[in-house]
Design a protein around this ligand. Structure first.
Ligand code: GUN
Length: 297
């Protein structure tokens, strides 16, 4: 058996197209332009690449994009003051503070200073609590992207056995909540799970988000299961070159799975597409307008 490849790059382009059409309608019918502010503290190279890419795609869908680049030594009070200013700014509907922050800044304090209605990352404790109790919230972008791909491929997820490998606040935990919301039977496994192979073998849906290169081999996968690979790991090859790989061993998993997302070109592109979708959702909610269909949890 050879798995269907779930093309996240093409799916993300479709989602951005839908967001763009909705943004155009908001402008035409309501004179509204959704605005996203991204705050980057310091000069982490990977974060700089992400932030640039977010800014470009925000503009491409017709939204207002604002970037605040702060010095690595910025005092916490200055960062909190900027967040307060963005909270009050009526032209800004989404605020994202790029993580990780430099060590002297308290990440929880900073994230929880964002107005929950503008928290397009879905990291604020209010949004975490709302998601956990099945109420309307802002949903973290990466798990939202995974959910969209799963719904698109399967239609309904009702009654499926899902195993999420990884217990992070950004991916593992919210992913489990979303799958539960779609009536899956959910197991959260992690690097310390006993008999991890046997746990994963039960799954109709495997979401791998542990951050360990190629740690899930094909013989852990049930025949026909759907494998969503959230990992992005750079590994060095014998010739000294590097390559991006996921948390699953693609070749052996693709040989037994029913469907699988590649790395790169799977979950990655969906994350930014969902950030744009969340910004649009936040703008609609802030203005008492109907939410975009198919772009929320
Ligand atoms: N750093 C890596 N991924 C993310 C993300 O999804 N949101 C934020 N704010 N920072 C990140």
């Amino acid at each position: 058996m050879t798995a269907d490849i779930i093309d996240g790059k093409a799916f993300a382009a479709r989602v951005r197209g839908q967001v763009g059409e909705h943004v155009a309608r908001l402008k035409e019918e309501h004179g509204l332009t959704p605005g996203l502010a991204v705050v980057l503290v310091g000069e982490d190279p990977a974060s700089q690449v992400y932030v640039r890419s977010k800014g470009k795609m925000t503009t491409e869908v017709g939204m207002k994009s604002v970037e605040h680049k702060l010095d690595a030594a910025t005092p916490e009070a200055d960062l909190l003051a900027l967040i307060e200013q963005l909270n009050r700014d009526k032209t800004i509907h989404g605020i994202l503070v790029q993580l990780p922050l430099p060590k002297h800044l308290n990440e929880d304090l900073v994230i929880n200073a964002i107005d929950p209605a503008k928290d397009v990352d879905g990291f604020h404790i209010s949004n975490v609590g709302l998601l956990g109790t099945g109420q309307k919230s802002m949903v973290p972008c990466t798990p939202l992207g995974c959910l969209m791909m799963l719904r698109d491929y399967h239609g309904s997820l009702l009654g499926m056995d899902a195993v999420v490998i990884g217990r992070s606040n950004i991916v593992g935990k919210p992913m489990a909540q979303l799958l539960l919301g779609d009536s899956c039977t959910v197991t959260i496994a992690h690097s310390r799970t006993r008999d991890l192979a046997d746990v994963v073998r039960r799954a109709d849906i495997v979401v791998a988000a542990v951050g360990r290169a190629e740690m899930v081999p094909g013989d852990w996968i049930k025949a026909g299961a759907t494998v969503i690979d959230v990992g992005i790991n750079r590994i060095e090859l014998p010739d000294g070159k590097t390559r991006l790989v996921g948390d699953v061993d693609f070749a052996s998993c693709a040989a037994v799975a029913g469907a699988i997302t590649p790395v790169p070109g799977g979950v990655g592109p969906m994350t930014i597409a969902c950030l744009l979708a969340n910004t649009l959702t936040a703008c609609c909610r802030a203005n008492g307008l109907a939410e975009p269909e198919g772009l929320t949890a």
